[in-house]
Design a protein around this ligand. Structure first.
Ligand code: ZN
Length: 248
């Protein structure tokens, strides 16, 4: 799964880095770059590569916004925050999770129960290599706010989407919905393609996931950058409806 990182323009200012394991989003303007999510811990070089591909350096990273504090989304942000003092923000209800005061992530025993499925076994091997077992948090992570947004490229708007984790949050930026794991279009452990929820064992609150999906369906946007899987182009209400149909 060690393919070079592929960075694709979604709009003039929004770009997606899509890897086999997880995606992250880069929002740019003359002031620099905001990352929305940051891959696994050992995807740091790929994250840096994606920033450089857009003509920026590490000191141009103005902030990292997290959709949620799972290791596949905040991994390299641990290093950015610790080594470069990069500001990391998430929904206020996710801050404790980002600090690792508690963990809302699928347990090893729940995964072990699926280990007889080749796709789970393969995926588990790759995520362990990518640093999935780290227990580190980001003690400096703070709550995102409108005041913070106003200082950042793209002025992202937070769309709370609890369910996958208690403080999961999507973002709307330049007309693009960055949905994290509230709405995905694929995952190495899923046989489905197209809009869907992640397999149930990954979701902290499945009923919350369905509610958040319905809320996303009411947004007026035609582009979704998910946390996993390819970009979706089409009315988000169609994506949400499909995801609800196949996943519940
Ligand atoms: Zn994820």
């Amino acid at each position: 799964m060690r393919t070079p990182v592929r960075v694709t323009a979604v709009t003039d200012s929004v770009h997606v880095a899509q890897t086999e394991l997880v995606n992250w989003t880069l929002v740019t303007d003359g002031r620099g770059v905001v990352l929305i999510d940051a891959g696994y811990p050992r995807q740091r070089d790929e994250v840096l590569d994606s920033v450089r591909q857009l003509g920026f350096g590490i000191d141009d990273v103005r902030a990292i916004l997290l959709t949620h504090a799972h290791v596949d989304h905040f991994g390299s942000a641990i290093w950015f925050a610790k080594t470069h003092g990069t500001q990391v923000f998430c929904h206020s209800a996710e801050v404790g999770h980002a600090h690792r005061e508690y963990l809302e992530q699928v347990s090893v025993s729940a995964l072990a129960a699926k280990a007889w499925l080749p796709r789970y076994l393969r995926w588990t091997y790759h995520i362990v290599r990518a640093g999935a077992l780290t227990r580190a948090g980001i003690p400096t992570a703070q709550a995102f706010s409108e005041q913070v947004a106003a200082t950042l490229p793209g002025t992202p708007t937070a769309i709370p989407t609890p369910g996958h984790t208690g403080g999961h949050c999507s973002y709307l930026v330049d007309g693009v919905l960055v949905s994290g794991d509230a709405l995905v279009t694929g995952h190495p452990t899923s046989k489905l393609t197209g809009p869907q929820l992640l397999p149930g064992l990954f979701n902290h609150d499945p009923a919350g996931c369905a509610r958040s999906l319905s809320a996303l369906g009411m947004l007026d946007t035609d582009v979704v950058v998910p946390g996993h899987g390819p970009v979706w182009r089409g009315p988000v209400r169609d994506a949400a409806a499909r995801a609800l149909t196949v996943s519940t």
